[in-house]
Design a protein around this ligand. Sequence first.
Ligand SMILES: N[C@@H](CCC(=O)N[C@@H](CS)C(=O)NCC(=O)O)C(=O)O
Length: 324
Amino acid sequence: MVPETARQVRCRFVRCSLTGIENTRHQDFTVFCLPGADLVVRYQCRAEPVPGFYCMAQAMSYSAVPLFGVLSPLRRRMYVSAPNPMILKEVSVSRHLYIANRNYSSWSMRPWVLMHALDIPFNEIMVPFVHGDRQPQFDAFSPTGKVPCLVDGEVTVWDSLAICEYLAEGTPGVWPEAPTARAFARCAAAEMHSGFPALRNECSMNCSLTIDMGTPGDALEQDLKRLESLWCEGLDRFGGPWLAGEAFTAADAFYAPVAVRLKGYQLHLGEQAMAYAARLLEHPSVAVWIAEGIAEPDREMSHENDCIRDRCVVEDARIASPLT
Ligand SMILES: N[C@@H](CCC(=O)N[C@@H](CS)C(=O)NCC(=O)O)C(=O)O
């Protein structure tokens, strides 16, 4: 049995390939583990694996130690046992990323998606929101009492943009390599960080809800116009498919929650911008965040109410346990 707490600590430092009896598949996995505990491999499948399929997962971070397990397609998990639990203890991931509920926390989503997309090793610590405006439980790790917060040994970085800059010091790919594209990407991320007030205030992120908000007011229209012009400029100047060129960078991670909002509030931009929003939603790291947000069991009513207000809910993707 995997301890419940194993879900709280995510170590995405393992890429596994899966070799089947009938065919060979190569997939990325996210491995949940605690030192000494069994591993839980949660897999993202485009195609369903064969039920009961016995497989071999090779975890690169464990020096190619093979791990054996049986897939459970229904639960979308593979339970594997490490041949030698001591091996797990040798792996230490110093970076701890504190986040809140995936379903609501757009600020948490940005560095998480970036680190996941760039395969930057980290432990995830999810601290759920409690009812109300203040979140005193965040004070234990964050000087501002907000998430996200990255704790890397002695270093604490308590702001999503600062986290990206901190990561960029040691990891290539956070920003584009070319100076012009890098300057644009930084401006785009900074603009999201401090701008788009109407979009942020009127359309709080909720990965699960589709809301009919009627005709957007002037302030929101202004934000949408600016968003469209910024996205189209990036895509035209740097050739796409991402905002500042060929590679997915921090700029794209910053706009991933915006793509969730556009879809959730049924907001429309021009064709090129909508295609980019769709691309963002399909990015594997973004898609996994959204899927896990929808799967979260917790509902936090002040966030739910802030999304719904006096507007009409068209759909709740948490259909198995709908909002009451
Ligand atoms: N500038 C910060 C803002 C972070 C932020 O506002 N986080 C929200 C959650 S999405 C929060 O922690 N709110 C809790 C509170 O204000 O008590 C960043 O970029 O990280």
